[in-house]
Structures are given as structure tokens and as C-alpha cells.
Write a new protein. Sequence first.
Length: 305
Amino acid sequence: MSAYKQLQNRLAVEPSNWLVTGVAGFIGSHLLERLLKLGQHVVGLDNLSTGLQRNLEEVRSQVSYAQWRNFEFIRGDATASKDCAQACQNIDYVLHQATPRSHANELSTLLAAAQGAKVKHLVYAVNSIHSDSAALGQASDLPCTGLRYANIFGTRQSLAASAALIPTWAQSLLSKAPVHINGDGNSSADFCFIDNAVQANFLAAMARPVAGHQLYNVATGERTTLNAVYALLKSQLISSSSRLDVQPVYGSLRDGELIEDTFDISQTELHLGYAPSHPIAQGLPLCAPWLIAQQKTGAEVVAAD
């Protein structure tokens, strides 16, 4: 049995209290949904500056009435002392997804509140594996773990997100607009389905505390070319009966448009028991119906990441 399956079984019989910041965003709303389905008690903190109420409503539609009653929403800011102190009361684990989230001065307020509330573990997303938040965590008695995500994709993802290539291309394909690929399409990256990110957060939060501050990569360990991503996405979104042969438009490659760092997940696997469950070929079919539904209803894919 995998470490993640064991953890889920444990949570199902031993409910805990969780705080998810950025709960109305892309990753935050998925953490909320999974936690509620596991019978956990969840406090969500979000100022709704980028997150959306409709993400919370979508989660509500996916869980039972009893599960939804285990959720408390606080409209507040993860950098405001009063809001953080309120949100951290009686919390066991903090999953920090609110933006901005990668610098020590932006994490310090939440960390102080979590320490004061005697939280067991704080897990937060970082934009770089070399985030200066590490220095803050090392100076803290509270166990802290930073997670650096690869190109995360899935339902509720924002077009404004830094790794929003898939929803952007999907919107173009579904509206029969040209898909622009910068470069020749042979550059590659690690595309990580949202379920993998959820798994990593839970494993990190409940891992045995170790000395020092921990930073881990969250990815699949496989690289996929842009041409392959395009072909996979087109196969999921365009019916063969339409006989629409949509060809991408290639252009010059600009810096910063795709994260192509090598994401070594060996330490994440070794220390957390992380085992990515959804490669891109399995993740895309799971989010394609949502992307199609958004297009049909005229809803813009703008949830926060």
C-alpha cells in the first residue's frame, strides 16, 4: 500500500483541523475538496482578490452536506496578523497557498500565528527551490516544509497563472482560434496534474518532523514536449467527427514562458513517500470535461492559482 493511501486511511479515522490559505484559488480549492471528502475539519482563509467564490461553490457541489458543514470560511488576508491569528486557532496543519507566497517577509505573519497556536506543521508553496523563506523556517521551532511545483494543471486553473499553458490552449482550441507555440514545439517541461500536488501537500504536512527546514520538488519526473502536449490536448477536446484539423502557429521562443527546470523528485519520493499518480496523459482526460463545460457556458477560466 502506498504512503499516500495509508495516510488517507489514517485521516479517515483520525480527523484533524486544517487551515488552507488561498482556499478559493486553484490549488487551495482542490486541497479543500479532498480534505472534506476525507472527513477533515477545514478553515479556509482568502481575501478573494484572485480566488473566486464560484470555486468554493464548485467544491460544495462535490461533497456531501455533512462534509461541507466541516468547512469554515474566513475572508481575510494571510499577511494580516489579526486574520492569521483567528484562522490558526485550534489548527493542527497549515497548507499555505495564498499569493504572494514565496518570500520570508510574506510568510512571517502566518508563521508567527501558527507558532502561537502550536500548529504541528506548516506547508507552503514556493516559487523557487531557493526561496528565502527557508531562512525563516530554519529559525523557527515550528516544522516548516516548502513545496516547489512544476507546471501544475487541472480544473479551476487561472489563465493568469504562471503555468497556464494548458487552459490557454484549450480555450483557443475550443473557440477554433489558432494556438500559438513559441519555438518549434520541441522544448519540453514537466507537467504535473493537480492531484499530485494535493498528495504532496498532505504527505508533507503529516511527515515525521526532521531537523532543519525542508524544501521539496513536486512534479511527475517526466518531460513532455510542447508538440506532444498540444496533440494530447487536441485529442481530448476536439471530436474526431468534427474533422477539424487544427494546426498550431509557431513563433519565436521568448524567455520565461515555460518552466523548463529539471525537477528532481528523488528526495520527495525518499523522504515523503511521494509517488505521482497522474502523468499528463492521465491528467488531461480528467480536466477536459471541465474545460469544455467552461467554454459552453461562456465562463472564463480565471480562478486563482
